[in-house]
Ligand binder design. Structure first.
Ligand SMILES: Nc1ncnc2c1ncn2[C@@H]1O[C@H](COP(=O)(O)OP(=O)(O)O)[C@@H](O)[C@H]1O
Ligand SMILES: [Zn+2]
Length: 171
């Protein structure tokens, strides 16, 4: 637990054996038997290989991998401006989706806070981790023929619509 927390605070990826164990256990729950959607996993080649094995043991395989591409500076702006409600978890952005009253949640009047890994320095570390450890997955899944690309710089509604139509096999 400590190790995991420290890595998170430093904005580094937590060790593969920890995340793989969490995902393996979760995917064995009955609600995953008809299918599941993963966000933020796999983030390394070893995680992807482990996911293939977990899938094989369930008689399943990954059908779609969606790559949302966003320019580095826009990602930096999106993350450093993100604010989250302490009470209900709603997400805002100081410029792109501001609450009606500064630092107050529109939905529940809770207080908004900034995630400790959403500072400029930590976002830089997270992006470097992405380039070094996660970007190689693009090639991994392109080779399997299941990589799908969506332009993540579009509006939220457009991105959502494009992802759902490609998951339904319509894109
Ligand atoms: N697949 C993963 N492998 C290793 N570490 C991970 C993984 N997913 C999340 N983490 C850890 O958790 C932190 C926060 O993950 P993130 O996906 O940004 O959270 P959220 O989904 O809340 O935005 C990462 O910086 C990393 O330390
Ligand atoms: Zn709230």
């Amino acid at each position: 637990m400590w190790k995991r927390r420290n890595m998170w605070i430093k904005a580094l990826l937590v060790p593969d054996e920890i995340t793989i164990g969490i995902v393996r256990e979760r995917l064995q729950q009955p609600d995953c038997s008809k299918g599941f959607l993963l966000d933020g996993f796999p983030r390394t080649i070893s995680q992807a290989e482990a996911l293939d094995e977990i899938g094989a043991s369930m008689d399943k395989s990954i059908e779609h991998v969606v790559n949302l591409s966003v320019d580095r500076n826009l990602l930096l702006a999106r993350l450093t401006g993100r604010r989250i409600c302490r009470s209900c978890g709603a997400t805002y952005h100081i410029l792109f989706n501001p609450p009606a009253r500064e630092n107050v949640c529109d939905k529940c009047s809770g207080e908004l806070y900034q995630r400790s890994d959403d500072t400029e320095e930590k976002v830089g570390t997270r992006l470097d981790e992405y380039i070094n450890k996660t970007a190689p997955l693009l090639e991994y899944y392109r080779n399997k023929g299941i990589l799908r690309e969506v332009n993540g710089e579009q509006e939220i509604n457009t991105v959502t619509a494009q992802i759902s139509s490609l998951l339904r096999g319509q894109a």
